[in-house]
Design a protein around this ligand. Structure first.
Ligand code: NDP
Length: 510
């Protein structure tokens, strides 16, 4: 009944002599019972057949009438046609944002800007179910994640930055914080509404106006957000949402009236943007890829660590820049931990993202699925050993089984490149120094995790790890008050917290 499975090392060599899991699973075995389907209703979302660009408070067609289609990656069915912006549309959006800054937003007292942000936060909460279902339909992420993580956190960012809007003088004591002007914001497809909130909330709190380009595979929650802006009576032009392809994103970045560029996406495009703005006075923040090490010491609580590892790499199908994609485990507990991890993987439910039981939903696009498939094939070709639990995958849609590789060498592509999929590479270490060396042996520097009972070990590791965010005995925890960002090829600048506000102001002496 189950699709083809790949043999695992445990089948041949029982992991450290461990007894089988209490529910009787062996390697590659599926859980022996079925959950009743628990589908979330689709009809809380009223999909339009066609969405325009949101410029100057109004919905408009693209200047050349062009459109593209956004599809549901869980079924490959089209969801809606979206106007595809041209460089002329980007120009129109930037000019609207300039006017809005001059006319209203730039000179509005902070306490008035705060009221709009509070209003947006409240509307997001009121419409959270609609946003969660739409986000899941457009992106493929499980409904339990969009419902419990993406949408609540997006609202929380607006609440948080609403609180700062009238307190800039306390955020930057002794200085006068001035808005930069028009912010060009380009966001990816892995957390569409959340990335929008990370970018728009601090920009507006600081008095900037915004032109935002969503990713072409996930434009719908940003376009629904345009409706929230209208509902909140936000002055026209303060927020403009302009979907379009990458080269139109570059036209936005290069527009002469754009003062600030905030980009989240691949390192490759981040580098291109950095080159493009070099020599201009545009302020730039880049939040790019990652290849985080999740480090488990022998004194860690292993069952807790297993949950953290699963959350670290299979949350959002592993399409997370800070995903814990490299597991570094101390050799003395490696067999035990990997055995527990395989058992846990066998309980993950892969399938319809709108089903409330689903743990791993659909991969965002065909292109991304192909990239994951290619990198996993490279792992096998280079000699790593693959384990995947048995599970049926839906016949249509872009799905990939949760995957774990053992026997991984640091030189393997799966240990070096960002896979952006549900694929974990397991490496081992003997001493803390070896763990540090391996963890830092990457071009990236976004995040890391440490699992140990010893706080002293945590503090020593934190000093030595070159990563912007380090979690101890947990993973993938986000909070609007906490800055997030990377080193090296993971980019620069911070989003979240007061640091996130700093990225949107020019500080002058009193
Ligand atoms: P991209 O970096 O291409 O996309 C991110 C955003 O940038 C999208 O809005 C995209 O638009 C836009 N964009 C694309 N080209 C340009 C350009 N020349 N100038 C300005 N903006 C541009 O990521 P991909 O979607 O291609 O994903 C490829 C890989 O990147 C993934 O496999 C993953 O490894 C990594 N990635 C990392 C992310 C992170 O959060 N760090 C997020 C997404 C991807 P459009 O959608 O229209 O192409």
């Amino acid at each position: 009944m189950h699709n083809a499975q790949v043999s695992s090392d445990r089948a041949m060599t029982p992991a450290g002599g461990r007894t089988p899991a209490p529910w009787g699973l062996g390697d590659g075995q599926a859980i022996p019972w079925e959950y009743a389907p628990a589908p979330e209703a689709r009809d809380v979302v009223r999909l339009k057949e066609r969405y325009g660009l949101f410029i100057d408070g109004r919905e408009r067609e693209a200047s050349d009438g062009g459109t593209f289609v956004s599809i549901d990656p869980s079924t490959e069915e089209p969801l809606a046609a979206i106007s595809k912006a041209t460089p002329a549309d980007m120009d129109r959006a930037v000019r609207a944002a300039v006017r809005a800054g001059r006319r209203s937003w730039g000179s509005l007292p902070g306490r008035e800007r705060a009221k709009y942000l509070f209003r947006i936060a409240r509307i997001l909460q009121e419409r959270s179910r609609e946003f969660a279902v739409l986000e899941t339909m457009d992106s493929g992420k499980p409904i339990k994640e969009s419902r419990d993580v993406d949408i609540p956190l997006a609202a929380a960012h607006f609440w948080y930055y609403a609180g700062w809007a009238d307190k800039l003088e306390y955020a930057f004591p002794g200085r006068v914080a001035r808005p930069l002007g028009v912010a060009a914001q380009i966001i990816p497809w892995n957390f569409p509404l959340l990335m929008l909130a990370w970018k728009i909330a601090p920009a507006l709190a600081a008095g900037n106006t915004v032109v935002l380009k969503p990713a072409s595979t996930t434009p719908l929650s940003a376009l629904l957000f345009a409706d929230v802006c209208r509902q909140a009576d936000l002055p026209p032009g303060v927020v403009n949402i302009v979907p379009g392809p990458g080269d139109v994103g570059m036209a936005l970045v290069m527009h002469k009236d754009v003062a600030k560029v905030a980009f989240t996406g691949s390192t490759e495009i981040g580098k291109r943007i950095q080159k493009a703005v070099a020599g201009t006075d545009k302020v730039l923040t880049l939040e790019l890829g990652g290849k985080a090490a999740n480090i488990v010491f022998e004194d860690a609580a292993l069952d807790q660590a297993v949950e953290g590892i699963v959350n670290g790499i299979y949350f959002n199908q592993g399409e997370v820049c800070c995903a814990g994609s490299r597991l570094l485990v101390q050799e003395s507990v490696a067999d035990d931990l990997v055995g527990r991890l395989k058992d846990r993987l066998s309980t993950l439910r892969v399938g319809d993202p709108l089903d409330k039981n689903t743990d791993v939903g659909a991969i965002n696009s065909k292109a991304q699925l192909e990239r994951i498939t290619e990198l996993v094939a490279s792992g096998q070709a280079e000699g790593a050993e693959l384990f995947q639990p048995a599970c049926d995958l839906p016949e249509r849609g872009y799905y990939f089984r949760p995957t774990l590789f053992t026997n991984v060498a640091q030189s393997h592509r799966i240990a070096k490149e960002e896979i952006f999929g549900p694929v974990l590479s397991v490496l081992t270490f003997r001493t803390p120094d070896e763990a540090i060396e391996k963890a830092n042996n990457t071009a990236y520097g976004l995040s890391a995790g440490i699992w140990t009972e010893k706080a002293s070990k945590v503090f020593a590791m934190v000093q030595a790890l070159k990563a912007g965010v380090i979690w101890a005995n947990t993973f993938n925890r986000f909070d609007p008050t906490s800055p997030f960002g990377g080193y090296k090829e993971s980019g620069f600048g911070r989003e979240g917290g007061m640091h996130g506000l700093h990225a949107y102001v020019r500080l002058e002496d009193r």
